[in-house]
Design a binder for this molecule. Structure first.
Ligand code: ATP
Ligand code: MG
Length: 275
């Protein structure tokens, strides 16, 4: 009778290693437990080697490195980097139609009655985009890379605290969808992930999005305007916008077994388990 690793064994192995342990089959429980000990010890040694490599070669963190690579590529294409507040108002969420009946509303971390930690960057970017528009006749191209917060039921690709990169071009030259695809390509190449698929998805907030997908995993949702959300923000021009999850990009690039290895953490550093 073929036996598999127990859930506890898989979980333990995934903390150190990045192989898919679930599918492995063994002839007996004794064989399995012997394989577990061996695989655990190899994974722990590789992990320790990774820690020694980091100590021996001080470097930027993988997450900030990828943020920096993407940011530089966007600036080179004429985007301005902006920084907006992490604390946002209930009204700002309502302008994104994130009100009590929407699923995303229940995922919001509230600070008090009127203020929350932002679950997305878009609402702030609408405001900045509208302000800058009054200063130029040309397009307004801006992006922000920053922390977002959502209550999540746990999965290998969800963090409650994660980093979004959101770009928007208001008044793009040419067709907004074609422009959007060009920007997606700039970001994906800068992230060293040039092979991806574009898929049409339904969205609670945006109604319809173009998602960037790698092996069935969403790494970005993008949309174009004019859009039904625009009126609430006093925006009326065509636009192209996209939001990427930086930890997901890093996790896929580095083949981490869980997004936790790529995020802000006290347990992991650059994919290595440190505690
Ligand atoms: P999912 O359906 O996978 O939960 P979403 O469609 O709710 O994601 P969006 O609102 O489209 O997410 O956010 C844009 C991008 O931000 C996503 O494509 C993803 O890469 C990233 N992202 C969203 N939520 C999380 C999270 N909890 N942890 C890590 N990254 C996230
Ligand atoms: Mg999405």
């Amino acid at each position: 009778m073929a036996v598999k690793y127990t859930d506890a064994q898989v979980q333990r192995l995934r903390e150190y290693g990045n192989v898919s342990y679930e599918a492995k089959l063994f002839e007996s429980i004794a064989d399995r437990d012997a394989a577990f000990s061996k695989e655990m010890s190899e994974a722990a040694s590789a992990n320790e080697a990774g820690i020694q490599q980091m100590i021996g070669h001080p470097a930027r963190h993988g997450l900030t490195q990828i943020m920096s690579d993407i940011s530089n590529a966007l600036v080179a294409d004429g985007f301005i980097e902006v920084r907006t507040p992490i604390i946002i108002s209930r009204d700002a969420l309502a302008r994104m139609t994130i009100t009590e009946e929407k699923p995303l509303f229940k995922q919001v971390f509230w600070l008090d009655e009127k203020r929350a930690l932002r679950p997305m960057l878009a609402t702030n970017l609408y405001t900045v985009m509208r302000s800058l528009r009054d200063h130029t006749k040309g397009p307004v191209k801006i992006f922000e890379v920053g922390s977002c917060f959502r209550k999540e039921s746990h999965s290998g690709m969800h963090l409650e605290e994660f980093t979004m990169l959101n770009l928007v071009d208001m008044g793009p030259a040419g067709d907004p969808t074609e422009t959007l695809k060009r920007y997606i390509d700039i970001v994906m190449k800068a992230a060293h992930l040039p092979d991806y698929n574009l898929v049409h998805e339904e969205s609670d907030v945006y109604k319809e999005t173009i998602d960037v997908d790698i092996n069935g995993q969403e790494v970005c949702s993008a949309a174009v305007g004019p859009h039904y959300l625009d009126a609430a923000h006093d925006v009326h021009e065509p636009w192209s916008g996209a939001g990427f999850g930086i930890e997901r990009l890093l996790t896929i690039k580095e083949k981490y077994s869980t997004v936790k290895k790529g995020g802000a953490s006290l347990s992991y550093l650059n994919g290595c388990k440190i505690n």
